[in-house]
Design a protein around this ligand. Structure first.
Ligand code: GLV
Ligand code: GLV
Length: 335
């Protein structure tokens, strides 16, 4: 019998594409949660106990309780997402545990989808499909399902990171005026080629025909879209959200859509998720909702899996994560 060092123990909280799963299974003693639904909290806490690494999804809450249950040997948390609001990052940092995410690879795919939502909401595509399926199509109608134009319109982008900028590139091809808001204006060499102009948030809400949200969820961005901001919008204005559900005050959005304060909304993310079919928003024809699929292309989900695996395996080997959200975890100066 050959003696070998024990393989690191890891928990993977859902089946991810094989591109990521294969290298993990090869290198680790891995438990993969087999169900389509996330592990219930008590199962998750049980599963992480004694693990050297965990690969989590945005549906898993990683907090002090979970880290306590995992134990002091835990070396790495790899999140299969670019967002990481499901993780108490300061708590992981305090414990010296690096957290990985999957930025970059999903930027273009997510921007494609945000633009698809702009188009779909503007031209009432989901509504038109429902109309045909309900057998209501009688004739070509001069006034049937009229929408608003995307070309030449003004697009307001809130949060001008990678995805926001990728959306601006798409908007250029449609001759749109692009406004953006971020905590501070970006350097001209970034924004000028995109034709994007920094404005205050209120001005962005007042001037835009379409507003697309690309901020992280933080205490500052929670309910950034509230009743007051919705009232500033044009009555034809459309809100698109591919960021995180709680960035929008959904009760306020419902009233604004119902009462014609704004024209429409297209949501890839909701608060809470999943949204139930009984949700009042789904009683409104001018609200389009899809189930958090902006990064869901086969190619991109495979790349995210590769990155999440690379972060996990690097952390287990004691190497720096290729994409780490808390370099401070390595020490005060990030080394
Ligand atoms: C998905 O929402 C992600 O953060 O990757
Ligand atoms: C995510 O890729 C971002 O927009 O920063």
């Amino acid at each position: 019998m050959t003696q070998s060092t024990p393989r690191p123990r890891v928990f993977v909280s859902r089946r991810i594409p094989d591109e990521g799963l294969r290298p993990i299974l090869e290198a680790c003693d891995a438990t993969v949660w087999p169900d389509e639904l996330p592990p219930p909290r008590d199962e998750l806490l049980r599963a992480v106990a004694g693990c050297d690494g965990i690969l989590t999804l945005l549906t898993d809450r990683v907090d002090a309780e979970l880290l306590d249950r995992a134990g002091p040997q835990l070396k790495v948390i790899s999140n299969y997402a670019v967002g990481f609001d499901n993780i108490d990052v300061p708590e992981a940092t305090r414990r010296g545990i690096p957290v990985g995410n999957t930025p970059g690879v999903l930027t273009e795919t997510t921007a494609d989808f945000a633009f698809a939502l702009v188009m779909a909401a503007a031209r009432r595509i989901a509504e038109g499909d429902r109309y045909v399926r309900a057998d209501r199509w009688q004739t070509w109608g001069p006034l049937l399902l009229l929408g608003v134009d995307v070309h030449g319109a003004t697009l307001g982008i809130v949060g001008f990171g990678r995805i926001g900028q990728a959306l601006a590139r798409r908007a250029r091809g449609f001759d749109m005026t692009v406004l953006y808001h971020d905590v501070a204006p970006l350097p001209a060499e970034v924004t000028e080629p995109l034709g994007a102009t920094w404005v205050e948030l209120d001005e962005l809400f007042e001037r835009s025909d379409f507003i697309s949200l690309h901020v992280n969820l933080t205490p500052e961005t929670r309910h950034l879209v509230n009743a007051e901001r919705l009232r500033r919008m044009k009555s034809t204005g459309i809100i698109v959200n591919t960021s995180r559900g709680p960035v929008v005050d959904q009760a306020a959005l419902y009233l604004a859509l119902r009462d014609g304060v704004i024209g429409g909304a297209a949501l890839d993310v909701t608060d809470p998720e999943p949204m139930r079919a009984s949700d009042p928003l789904l009683s409104l024809e001018n609200c389009l909702v899809v189930p958090h699929i902006a990064s869901a292309s086969r190619a991109t989900r495979a790349k995210m899996a590769e990155m999440a695996a690379a972060n996990l395996l690097a952390g287990l080997r004691g190497e720096r994560l290729p994409t780490c959200v808390n370099p401070e975890a390595y020490g005060p100066d990030g080394r």
